[in-house]
Design a protein around this ligand. Structure first.
Ligand code: SF4
Ligand code: SF4
Length: 88
């Protein structure tokens, strides 16, 4: 995208590579993270978590912007965002 000026907070707001970690123990399968992810990087899986709910999973980590919305929106605090590339 071509910008006609450089925003003052460009560095702060720039998207960065991030790894999304979903805690299976905490996820209750509400689907908020999947619904609101702007890049459709998350999906509901067929896997059942320990509580018996279908849990969310990272479907395509290459799509993730590292915006942190999923981490903020999760009512169970089940998502942790780690800045930086996945080292695995
Ligand atoms: S918002 Fe949290 S609890 Fe809901 S599906 Fe996503 S990870 Fe699970
Ligand atoms: S950090 Fe943003 S882009 Fe990445 S999975 Fe979460 S909501 Fe989607």
């Amino acid at each position: 995208m071509k910008l006609w000026r450089t925003p003052f907070d460009q560095e702060e707001k720039a998207t960065k590579p991030a790894t999304v970690l979903i805690d299976k123990e905490r996820c209750k399968g509400c689907g908020y993270c999947v619904e609101f992810c702007p890049k459709e990087a998350l999906k509901m899986s067929d896997e059942l978590g320990p509580k018996g709910y279908t849990i969310a999973r990272v479907a395509d980590k290459s799509k993730c912007l590292g915006c942190g919305l999923c981490e903020i929106i999760c009512p169970e605090f089940a998502i942790i965002l780690e800045q930086g590339e996945d080292k695995k």
